[in-house]
Design a binder for this molecule. Structure first.
Ligand SMILES: *Cc1c(COP(=O)(O)O)cnc(C)c1O
Length: 345
């Protein structure tokens, strides 16, 4: 049966690589988009066993789901707050909030003053990506408001952070300069500065600071047109697997098609893993695909389409399609069951 198979041993190995690469900075595991399609419910407990102490999510609802999986110990940061009602929810579940507007600082401080429970917050400065964050011109006033609320016991400023493009070293250098200027605006420097995601955390040690927010590399998704898995010391943890449903003379049919995440432009270009070694995909329909036949092919055989156990990784596929590995993995249909392999299983 078609499935997305996730190797939790490979995940644990990637976590060790990340931890040693970024030390003494700490790894915040980013688990947005259902842990990049790998399944939050299995990834979070595996990450806990692997020593992860910080989790990062987009939204508060996911952060609350992570808290239910972890219990009280780890820190969980949600960096998008859609409305003030979510602030109460986050506080009730001991979630740190990433705040990217002055209004949210004010609203969070008001909740802290009302409940007597100071929210832990990470103030976000926009250093050029324009993907939320407080613009430099409003930064001094926002910091002053947050520090005032902190003195009143209504907020606890845990961190200052930004997100960078990781597209060119020059632009990232400029963003880091702006970031350091923003850090200087505090009367009392926040304990944690965080700026880097996967690519910068590995390629540019000067961007690691105190905390790095890494998703992609933990799942073994390397950047398109960048360093290899071997150079990074990571490997893909997921493999999209199809099953043979029909065998003809020249081709076998497998039960994954374009609707499940096998882009139809890959026909004639992608080599997949069969029991007899790599074979090309020759045609891709909406719910099935054709693979060049091999001797002894049988209904029920597994075919590894892409990922850690296939000839091509998700990023190899992404490079054929001029996109990024995250997009290829996130296209895998939620309809396909996630299956987990681990040393203990
Ligand atoms: C997705 C995301 C990350 C993680 O990026 P990767 O390249 O997957 O490591 C870090 N920070 C923010 C704000 C993000 O949205």
């Amino acid at each position: 049966m078609a499935r997305f198979e996730v190797d939790l041993t490979a995940f644990a190995t990637n976590l060790v690589t990340i931890r040693t690469t970024v030390a003494p900075a700490v790894h915040m595991l980013v688990v947005k988009d259902d842990a990049y399609g790998h399944g939050l419910a299995a990834i979070v407990p595996a990450a806990r066993v692997g020593g992860v102490r910080w989790f990062g999510t987009f939204d508060v609802a996911t952060a609350v789901a992570v808290r239910a999986l972890t219990g009280p110990a780890p820190r969980i940061v949600a960096w998008t707050v859609y409305n003030a009602g979510e602030i109460d929810l986050a506080l009730a579940h001991d979630i740190d909030l990433g705040l990217g507007t002055h209004e949210l600082i004010t609203a969070t401080a008001a909740v802290g003053a009302r409940t007597g429970h100071a929210a832990r917050v990470h103030l976000k400065v926009d250093t050029g990506l324009h993907r939320n964050g407080i613009r430099p011109e409003g930064w001094a006033a926002a910091v002053a408001a947050a520090e005032h609320a902190q003195r009143a016991g209504a907020l606890s400023i845990e961190g200052v952070w930004s997100h960078i493009a990781e597209a060119s070293d020059e632009a990232d250098d400029r963003a880091r300069d702006e970031f350091f200027t923003a850090v200087d605006a505090f009367e009392q420097a926040p304990p944690l500065r965080h700026l880097a995601a996967s690519a910068a955390a590995f390629a540019r040690p000067g961007f690691q600071l105190d905390l790095v927010r890494i998703g992609a590399f933990a799942y073994g998704i390397r950047p398109s047109d960048g360093p290899s898995d071997a150079e990074l010391g990571i490997r893909p943890i997921g493999t999209l697997i199809a099953s043979v449903t029909d065998v003809a003379t020249d081709a076998v049919t497998v039960d994954v098609g374009s609707l499940d995440g096998l882009d139809s432009r890959l026909a004639g270009r992608l080599q997949v893993g069969t029991p007899a070694g790599p074979r090309p995909v020759t045609a891709i329909g909406p719910v099935s695909a054709q693979v060049a036949a091999w001797p002894g092919a049988a209904v029920g055989d597994d075919v590894a389409l892409f990922g850690g156990r296939a000839p091509a990784s998700a990023t190899d596929v992404a490079e054929m399609l001029h996109t990024i590995g995250e997009e290829v993995v996130l296209r895998i249909s939620p309809r396909l069951p996630r299956r987990y392999l681990s040393a203990a299983a």
